[in-house]
Every structure is written in structure tokens, then in C-alpha cells.
Design a protein around this ligand. Structure first.
Ligand code: NCD
Ligand code: ZN
Length: 356
């Protein structure tokens, strides 16, 4: 048995308010615990999007009675909320500010760079900013971080050119950090036919699955990658197989087993994993420690990943049938046995807002 600290996932979509047929705070935080995640940060592209005090309260009021694990909620950067006031207390109540600079799922998107600048000027310097920015827009937002001399965290990098640019920026002292998702480490675009089973929508995710060369570059430059994050983006199988399939993969229940399998294969160490799933996210997002919290893993159990065994409401996984080594057997969160042998044992509402 291996004992790990409770994992932190800084990039999760839970769909409540608005789209609870895909996921809600109950099913999503159950999926988290089953995957060894005891704290998660949720994204603002819900319906409605979370971008001011009233919508933040909508999300937090939904979370409060339902969450099984600890959490914080991001605010979204829009064209009409660039005048953040640190004295209002609002920014401090959020996980951070999320900026969508490239095509994504939902309504939040900032095209004009003067809007990026406004957000950088008014969002308090010591609070996190996360950018969904691919390729050249990533280069542009890193320039913004350099100009305003403040940190920016790049969500879900997937390309060789991205990891190499981040590395070069850091060598010059620019305050940029980044995360990578398991699906960009374990899948390339060549895997799309196998994931799709004849339904191309199942291969749709943003950023798109990249080339094998990109995947190899991420592994080769792991020392420039600060965090692992799922970008858990649940959509139902009917939606993925229908017309205009929304992009996104679920990930909370597959991240740790996939990474433990990579540890077993000698591709990274347990220390590499803990650094990127506990130590670094805690530092980057200024998150509290969770006392008496740990994850027990049977490192020798080999089993297959099946959506039918999972807690997420979306009902599918791109890793269906994958053989993995290393199974979460028990999770203790703040002194309470929260998950054991496939079952969630803490009541909805046990989870705490870590920004409160
Ligand atoms: C995300 C979603 O479904 O909310 N989809 C995705 O493909 N990653 C949106 C996002 O993270 O951009
Ligand atoms: Zn996302």
C-alpha cells in the first residue's frame, strides 16, 4: 500500500449551475474522491457563466449542500467585468480569474487584447490568473505577464512549441507556470479512431489531441510542467455522438491510475507526481493544507478502466478498457473516511469552500 497526500486538481468543469444532466457538484466531487482528488478548482463556463458576485453565489450556493470534497470556484474574465475592485472582497472569494483566449465550450471568450490588459491591470496582483491560451495566444499572454510583472498560469498545454516557449520564458525570469492533462500525455491524434468507435465527436477536446512528437516533447520537458490537471469536462455520450458534439473529456477518475501506471513503467517517479498534484498547485493557487488527509493506493492491483464503474454522470471515458496498475482503495479527508472500495462515504455538503 502507498499513502499519498490528498491530490489537488486545479482544472475541473462541474456544470452546475445550468447543465446538471452532464455533471453536478454531487457526482463531480464523488468522481474526484474516487480518483484520489480531495480538493478541486472549478471553471466558470457554466450556464450562466460565473463572472460577478451574483453568479459566484449561484455556484457556491449549489456547491455548499452537495460537495463531497473541498473546492474553490473561478471567476471568468468577460468583456464587461474588467473593473475588478480588490476592496470589494470579490476576487478573494474566488479560486482565481480564468481567461478564455481561444475557442472553447460556452460563452466566455476574450478576443481583444485591450481587454486582456484591463483584466491584468485590475485583478489583484497576488491572486491567480489562469489562461486558456493555445500556441500564439499563449505567447501573447506570456508577454502580458512580463509587461505587468505578475504571474500567469497556462491551462492544459499540449504542444511542443508551447512547452519550449514556457521553458524559455522562465529561464528569463517571467512568472509563468503551466499544467498538462493526462489525455495530452497518454493520447495523440493517432488515437482518435480508437477512442471514437465511429463517433468522431468522442475525439473532440480543446486543446485538440496533438501529434506524437508533441506528446513526446511534453514527457521530455516534464521539468518545465508545474501541475497535472484533468480538465475534467464531462458531456454525455448522447451529446458526444450527436450533432455539433461539444469538446471535452472526463478525467477525474482516470488521472491517478494512468499516472501510477506511468510510475510503474518508470516514466516518472512518485515524487514527480506529488510535486505536480499537491505541492505545486498548493503554492501556485495559494491553497490551504488539508489536515489528516491522505489517499491509499494499492500499487500492485492491475485492472481495467470502465465508465460503468465511475461516479461521473457523463457515462463514458476516452480510456475505456485501458489496463492500468495502481488502484485507489481508500481516501481520508480531514479525518473522515470519505471513499473506500468504490463507495463514497461522506455526506454531500462535507466538502468545504477553501476560499471561505
Ligand atoms: C471544456 C468544457 O467542456 O467545458 N472543454 C474542453 O474540451 N476542454 C472547455 C475548456 O476547458 O476549454
Ligand atoms: Zn477546461
Amino acid at each position: 500500500m502507498i499513502k499519498l497526500p490528498g491530490l489537488i486538481d486545479p482544472h475541473v468543469h462541474l456544470r452546475e449551475p445550468g447543465q446538471t444532466h452532464k455533471e453536478d457538484w454531487d457526482t463531480g466531487t464523488s468522481a474526484a474522491l474516487a480518483g484520489g482528488v480531495t480538493m478541486l478548482l472549478t471553471m466558470p463556463n457554466t450556464k450562466p457563466p460565473i463572472f460577478d458576485a451574483a453568479t459566484l453565489d449561484l455556484a457556491l450556493d449549489a456547491a455548499h449542500p452537495k460537495a463531497h470534497c473541498d473546492y474553490a470556484q473561478f471567476l471568468g474574465a468577460g468583456p464587461d467585468n474588467t473593473d475588478w475592485d480588490e476592496h470589494s472582497g470579490l476576487p478573494q472569494r474566488a479560486a482565481g480569474l480564468k481567461m478564455y483566449l481561444d475557442s472553447t465550450f460556452g460563452q466566455l471568450r476574450l478576443d481583444d487584447m485591450t481587454l486582456w490588459q484591463e483584466h491584468f491591470k485590475t485583478w489583484p496582483g497576488e491572486l491567480p490568473i489562469v489562461a486558456h491560451s493555445e500556441s500564439r495566444s499563449m505567447a501573447a499572454i506570456i508577454l502580458m505577464a512580463a509587461i505587468y510583472n505578475r504571474p500567469v498560469h497556462i491551462a492544459h498545454i499540449s504542444l511542443k512549441e508551447e512547452v519550449l516557449l514556457i521553458k524559455a520564458a522562465r529561464e528569463r525570469g517571467i512568472k509563468v507556470t503551466c499544467e498538462v492533462c493526462p489525455h495530452h500525455l497518454f493520447l495523440s491524434k493517432e488515437d482518435i479512431p480508437a477512442i471514437s468507435h465511429g463517433h468522431p465527436g468522442r475525439g473532440e477536446v480543446r486543446p485538440r489531441l496533438a501529434t506524437k512528437e508533441d506528446v513526446e516533447a511534453l514527457w521530455a520537458n516534464l521539468d518545465s510542467i508545474d501541475c497535472f490537471a484533468t480538465d475534467h469536462a464531462p458531456h454525455t455520450l448522447a451529446e458526444k455522438d450527436g450533432e455539433n458534439p461539444p469538446p471535452g473529456f472526463p478525467g477525474l477518475e482516470t488521472m491517478l491510475p494512468l499516472l501510477l501506471t506511468a510510475v510503474d513503467a518508470g516514466r516518472l517517479t512518485l515524487d514527480d507526481l506529488i510535486l505536480r498534484m499537491v505541492t505545486n498547485p498548493r503554492r501556485i493557487f495559494n491553497l490551504p493544507e488539508q489536515p489528516e488527509t491522505w489517499v491509499e493506493v494499492d500499487e500492485n492491483t492491475t485492472y481495467e478502466l470502465h465508465a460503468a464503474d465511475m461516479h461521473s454522470r457523463c457515462g463514458w471515458t476516452p480510456f475505456e478498457g485501458w489496463k492500468v496498475k495502481g488502484q485507489v482503495t481508500r481516501v481520508v479527508l480531514r479525518g473522515s473516511e470519505s471513499f473506500k472500495d468504490g463507495k463514497i462515504l461522506v455526506e454531500p455538503g462535507y466538502g468545504k469552500n477553501v476560499r471561505e
